[in-house]
Design a protein around this ligand. Structure first.
Ligand code: ZN
Length: 459
C-alpha cells in the first residue's frame, strides 16, 4: 500500500525534537498538504509513500524550522546606522523613533521582505514581530516571501525615549484589534496576530487593562519587552513591574516578553506559574552592552521551566539574523558569565530555537518539532563543510550549534513549500531584492539625514 505525498525529505540524520528528542539516522519526513504526515527511517517511508518530489541528502541534518521569537522586521534598513553610537536611549531618540515614524508603508514592506529573506536563508521559518507601526506591510511581506510569523501593532501611551509617537489607549486598542481581525489566521494560518504592550514603563494601567480585555475577547496572546535590573526590587523582593503586570492580568494572557534581564527568584517563579513565554536575545545585548549575559536570569528561567525561546531582535542592533549563531551565544555566553562549563549548552540552545520557542509563542501544537500532524516547517543543513568535520553527523546538534552557522543551510520548507532550494531563495529574485533594498535605504537616509559612518577613514 503506497500513498501519494507532496514531498519526501531524506537525510543522514533527522533531529525530531519529539518528547524523547530522538535523532533518526538515515531518516525521512513525508509532507502532504503543508503538514508532516510521517517521520521515520528513510527506507520505510520510501516504501510507504509515492512523493511528487524527493530531496535526498545522505550528508544532511534535517531539523524543525528555527523560530525567532523576537524580531523587528520594520527596522532592517537601519542596519549599520546604530553601530557604536551610544546607549539604548540615545539610539532610540536619535534614530529608531524618527525612522519608525519616518518611513512609508511601502518602505516598511521593503525592509521586512529583505529581513525575511535573510531569515529564511539562515533557516528561520517563523518570526515574532515585537510590534511595529506598519503591521499590514510586515504581514504582507511575510505572506509574499513565504515565512511564518506573528505580527502585532505598536502599543505605547506614555511618552519616553522609546516612543517617538504615542496615541490614546482607545486608538491603540482599535488599531490593534483591526490588525488581529485582518491578519490572525491569514495565509492558511501561516500568519498570526497578537496584541502588544511595548515596555512596562511605556504603557499606562488603563492601556494594560484594555489590551488584556481585548486579548481575552479575541483569544490571542500579548507580545512585549521586559528588562529587569538588579536595582529594581522593592523591600519585599519582587520586581514592581512584574507585580503590576500580574495584578493587571497581563501575565495570564499568554504574554511573551523579550530580554527579561534580571529578576528576583520569586518573580521567576511567578513567570513559570503563569506560563509566561520568554525570549532570550543575546546579540543585541552583547552588541549594545545591555548586561543580559552579565546579570540576566536566563539560566534561572530555564531551570524554573519557563518556555525560553531565542530572538535575533532587530537587524540594526543584532547585526545578523542567523539563529545558528544566536544559538552559539545562548549556549556559551552564560558559561563564561557564571564560570560554569555546563550551563545551557548546545542541546538546550537548540531546544530554545525550536520546541521551546514554539512553546514561548503558544504555537507548539503546530510547529517546533518534526511530528506527524504538525505543519511542515523544515531545515536541511549540509554537513559537508570543513567546520562540521570530522564526522559531521556524529553529534549533529553539538556540531551545528558549536561549529556551524546559517551558511550550512541547504533547503528550507515552510508549510510544505520549498522556500530555499539548494541555497537559493525561491520566492523572490535575490538580485532584485538587494537592489530594491539598497535603493530604498538610500532614499530613506537622504530624507531623514541618516548615514552609515565607518569608524576609519574611507578614501
Ligand atoms: Zn524588541
Amino acid at each position: 500500500m503506497t500513498a501519494p505525498v507532496d514531498l519526501l525529505v531524506r537525510a543522514g540524520a533527522v533531529a525530531t525534537m519529539n518528547p524523547e528528542r530522538e535523532i533518526l539516522r538515515d531518516g525521512a519526513v513525508a509532507v502532504a498538504r503543508g503538514r508532516i504526515v510521517a517521520v521515520g527511517k528513510a527506507r520505510e517511508l520510501s516504501a510507504e509513500f509515492v512523493p511528487a518530489r524527493v530531496i535526498d541528502r545522505p550528508d544532511g541534518l534535517l531539523t524543525p524550522g528555527l523560530i525567532d521569537g523576537h524580531n523587528h522586521p520594520h527596522d532592517y534598513l537601519l542596519r549599520g546606522v546604530l553601530d557604536d553610537v551610544g546607549d539604548v536611549r540615545e539610539r532610540a531618540v536619535k534614530y529608531v523613533g524618527p525612522f519608525d515614524y519616518g518611513i512609508t508603508p511601502e518602505e516598511a514592506y521593503v525592509s521586512a521582505r529583505a529581513n525575511f529573506a535573510e531569515m529564511l536563508l539562515n533557516g528561520t521559518t517563523c518570526f515574532c514581530d515585537a510590534a511595529s507601526p506598519d503591521t499590514d506591510a510586515i504581514a504582507q511581506a511575510a505572506v509574499d516571501i513565504g515565512i511564518r510569523g506573528i505580527v502585532a501593532r505598536q502599543s505605547s501611551d506614555v511618552a519616553g525615549p522609546f516612543q517617538a509617537k504615542t496615541f490614546g489607549a482607545d486608538e491603540i486598542v482599535d488599531r490593534a484589534v483591526s490588525t488581529v481581525e485582518r491578519w490572525n489566521g491569514a495565509a492558511d494560518g501561516r500568519i498570526r496576530a497578537r496584541l502588544a504592550l511595548d515596555f512596562p514603563l511605556s504603557v499606562t494601567d488603563d492601556l494594560c487593562t484594555a489590551v488584556v480585555g481585548q486579548a481575552e475577547a479575541l483569544g490571542v496572546g500579548i507580545v512585549g519587552h521586559f528588562h529587569g535590573l538588579p536595582g529594581d526590587p522593592r523591600a519585599d523582593g519582587r520586581n514592581p513591574q512584574v507585580q503590576r503586570y500580574e495584578s493587571l492580568g497581563v501575565l495570564s494572557r499568554q504574554p511573551v516578553f523579550a530580554h527579561i534581564g534580571w529578576l528576583p527568584e520569586e518573580d521567576v517563579a511567578v513567570f513559570a506559574r503563569n506560563g509566561v513565554g520568554a525570549v532570550h536575545c543575546p546579540t543585541p545585548a552583547m552588541f549594545g552592552g545591555v548586561g543580559t549575559i552579565a546579570h540576566g536570569c536566563i539560566p534561572e528561567l530555564v531551570d524554573a521551566g519557563v518556555a525560553v525561546g531565542l530572538g535575533a531582535d532587530a537587524a540594526c542592533i543584532s547585526r545578523f539574523l542567523d539563529l545558528v549563531r544566536v544559538m552559539y551565544l545562548a549556549a556559551c555566553a552564560h558559561r563564561d558569565a557564571r564560570e560554569d562549563p555546563l550551563v545551557i549548552g548546545a542541546h538546550k540552545a537548540f531546544e530554545m530555537a525550536t520546541i521551546d520557542g514554539a512553546r514561548a509563542l503558544s504555537w507548539q501544537d503546530e510547529i517546533g518539532s518534526l511530528e506527524p500532524g504538525k505543519r511542515a516547517d523544515l531545515v536541511l543543513f549540509d554537513t559537508t563543510g570543513p567546520e562540521w568535520q570530522p564526522n559531521g553527523l556524529a553529534s549533529p546538534i553539538a556540531n551545528l550549534v558549536y561549529s556551524a552557522s546559517g551558511r550550512s543551510v541547504h533547503t528550507v520548507v515552510v508549510d510544505g513549500r520549498v522556500v530555499v532550494d539548494a541555497g537559493n531563495l525561491t520566492t523572490a529574485d535575490p538580485a532584485a531584492l538587494v537592489a530594491e533594498t539598497n535603493r530604498t535605504t538610500d532614499e530613506v537616509f537622504a530624507r531623514l539625514g541618516f548615514a552609515v559612518r565607518p569608524k576609519w577613514p574611507v578614501r
